[in-house]
Write a protein that binds this ligand. Structure first.
Ligand SMILES: [Zn+2]
Length: 433
């Protein structure tokens, strides 16, 4: 079968998948809310929540359709042999030009989509504070960052692909040499990831203005919360979320050995101090996290990937056959690495759902764990209050369908999360009594 047809099948499959999830979500929202979140919305506000979700559903259907209208002609166009000739057969230029051909319509579509969601939907429900200027600035920063990531990775893959034949003496090396090459590739990849992390940290600095929290009783309390934690957060910053949205957030940012708290100014201005401390106490719970089988399983998956790559270097025929198949499908004669990565990423969609399933379950378990830390510091009540207000302010789906929570949520749904905090608080009272 041609790679073109197979990609279309996978696209259709993902549309069906999304439609099923959307249907399940809609049915779930018609049910009455469980006790733990029954007071988040009054009836009028709940209607607003339903309307908000319906607006996003329509937007999503519209852009799935537009995406298809853009993607299908690109997929079936006779452009790729011409790209090859135009670039004089240079694989780096071919990869970059192919990327640009896909990039332009996709960027235009995603710009329109996020414009509609910001200035039509978010605005309509009173959640947008961005000016057009601010919006364009953020959109450019995010897109340049993403472009940089993809270009770097594409060039890396092209470089490796073009040299592998020479490095391995026409693929005639044993396992030890293959392991050596694989190790070097992993190290190079790691360096790229480090670089990208540094860049995205800088990008955040461009999007927001961060000011250190002044010395005072609040900062002392934040330091006191960290007693008993081996890892400490010394840098505490306040950032200007209020110029973009009404969102109240506080996060822990980790960059290698550096850690910092970022606290949205909305949170300082409008919320109770104890609610802020409740959220930070949760973040410190993450720092105290003990590694468990889930973490070791993720390390194991990296080791497995390493072994697979060694195997593919020593016995490359599946990779070579795959590359040939992609070339034949698009009628090209020089390996087009962007095309190979495109095809690979569509075919790996279902695998990535499986990985997501595992990653999300690990992440949710760690969120419950961090919530328990806040409860044990006596902030259970404030944590619940914060979650409820935040859910109401941001029209959060507080009672997601269990299937959707399992598949897509990296934080527990509010109904389960608040119920778990309440159980933990009840346990604490029993021990105290
Ligand atoms: Zn968390």
């Amino acid at each position: 079968m041609s790679a073109r047809i197979l990609i279309v099948l996978f696209i259709l499959l993902s549309i069906v998948y999304n439609a099923v999830l959307s249907f399940v979500a809609q049915k779930q929202r018609q049910k009455p809310l469980p006790v733990s979140v029954s007071d988040v919305y009054d009836p009028a506000r709940y209607q607003k929540f339903l309307a908000y979700k319906a607006d996003y559903r329509r937007l999503s259907y519209l852009f799935q359709l537009l995406g298809l209208l853009v993607e299908l002609p690109l997929l079936f166009s006779a452009l790729y042999p011409a790209v090859e000739r135009f670039c004089g057969g240079n694989p780096y230029l071919i990869a970059l030009l192919t990327y640009v051909i896909f990039l332009i319509p996709e960027t235009i579509l995603s710009g329109i989509r996020s414009g509609i969601s910001t200035f039509h939907i978010e605005e309509k429900y009173g959640m947008n504070k961005k000016t057009v200027r601010e919006f364009i600035k953020d959109f450019c920063i995010e897109n340049v960052l993403e472009m940089l990531i993809i270009v770097l990775l594409t060039l890396f893959v092209t470089f490796v692909g073009e040299h592998m034949d020479a490095w391995t003496g026409h693929f005639s090396i044993g396992l030890p040499s293959a392991a050596k090459i694989s190790l070097i590739l992993f190290a190079a990849f790691f360096l790229i990831v480090v670089l990208l992390n540094l860049i995205s940290y800088q990008a955040l600095r461009l999007q927001y203005h961060f000011t250190p929290m002044p010395e005072g009783p609040l900062l002392d309390k934040i330091r006191k919360l960290q007693e008993g934690s081996k890892k400490k957060v010394k840098a505490v910053y306040i950032y200007d979320e209020s110029k973009k949205s009404t969102s109240k957030n506080a996060f822990l940012l980790k960059l290698f050995w550096h850690r910092e708290f970022g606290i949205a100014d909305n949170f300082i201005n409008e919320n109770e101090e104890r609610e802020l401390l409740a959220v930070l106490s949760h973040e410190i719970g993450h720092l105290k996290h003990r590694k468990n089988w889930r973490n070791y399983l993720s390390y194991l998956s990296i080791v497995l990937l390493f072994l697979v790559i060694i195997g593919l270097i020593a016995w490359p025929s599946p990779v070579l056959r795959f590359a040939d198949w992609v070339s034949q499908s698009f009628g090209i004669s020089v390996t087009n690495y962007t095309m190979i990565l495109n095809v690979l990423s569509s075919l790996l969609g279902p695998v990535s759902i499986l990985f997501g399933l595992f990653h999300n379950s690990r992440s949710r378990a760690e969120e419950y764990e961090a919530d328990r830390e806040a409860v044990s510091n006596g902030y259970g009540q404030e944590l619940i209050a914060t979650f409820k207000r935040l859910s109401n302010d941001e029209l959060v789906d507080v009672n997601p369908h269990p299937l959707i929570e399992t598949l897509e949520y990296d934080h527990p749904g509010m109904a389960n999360r608040i119920a778990a905090i309440q159980r933990e608080m009840a346990k604490g009272r029993q021990t105290a009594g």
